[in-house]
Design a protein around this ligand. Sequence first.
Ligand SMILES: [Zn+2]
Length: 373
Amino acid sequence: MQVSERIVDLVATGVATSRSQLAKELGLAPSTVSTKVAELMTAGLLAETGDGPSRGGRKPRVLTTAGTGIVVGVDVGARHLRLLALDLAGTVLQTGEFPFDIAAGPEVGLDALALHVERFALDQGKRLLAVGVGLPGPVQFPAGTVRVPARMPGWKDFPLRERLAQRLGLPVAVDNDTSLIALGEVAVRANRTATMVVVKAGTGIGCGLVTSGAVHRGAGGVAGDITHVRVDAGADIPCGCGNTGCLETVASGAAIVKVLQGNGIEVADTGELARLCDDAQPEVIAAVRTAGRLLGEVLAAVVNFVNPDVVVLAGRLASLEAFVAAVRGALYERCLPLVTQHLEVGVVTSGKDAGARGAAALAAQVALTGLPA
Ligand SMILES: [Zn+2]
């Protein structure tokens, strides 16, 4: 964590609210702290309120993050944008969902993104400091350029970060949605030492890795991709990547929907699975369980290899009890006892806001320290 990030964190959590307390906590010279605080105040990241209690001398001015600016996180889905406004103390101020059509291409998408972010921030009545965006596909980070997106037709190589930053006149960061769910979970759990495996199981499957509290993106930004691991159950089912038999062809929401449709059950998309599970239709529960077990079996290799504290499940399938139970069952059955001994297998804390919460966490980092190199 950089000095400015630590200062805002100490002030936001109330650990240190004066320049002298900050200097003591950080072990820095008072003049260094004063300079940093002045910079942060100019940037709208810190403010001063009244006077603190005096110990004989001049009353120290109390620093606060309240009333300073906000950041907005956006989770881009195929048909919706989910937005979340966050203050620098980490308080969620507002969330909202708006219709969006990713298939309309990047120029139309950029217009819609800019418009919704501006309107949403305006509603908060506070200065917008930075914006974070999560996309459902591989992103070159920190450049924020879309790579080879199976679910984003026409977006290949689109420099979204650069274009949106120009448009809004603000710092913008763009990353893959699963990496951002991971980042958001670290922020919400306030666990900066965690080793975490985060799986987004929705219409498709994504996986992210956190080590020592930081997202591990890998050399090419695609670390954690278990989506296209070949599994026997996939046989010769074609996958969007061009191969056959990938995990996504048997364990994703789209795969479950396809199996059910093949059995004559009326279901249009992953979103409808929750309703069908609530009705406890045996074929539906069985298909959901099978998908969960197949995901768990592939995940077991990852969990053995990484030895995480937590496996976090996110995405629409994470709201299905039968799915979560099947993943958990496969992990406990297939992983080494030493690995599962202290392993928590849970569901993402922020629910359907998880992607937007992570995007806002990234935006807060960018507001405080700029885009990571
Ligand atoms: Zn594939």
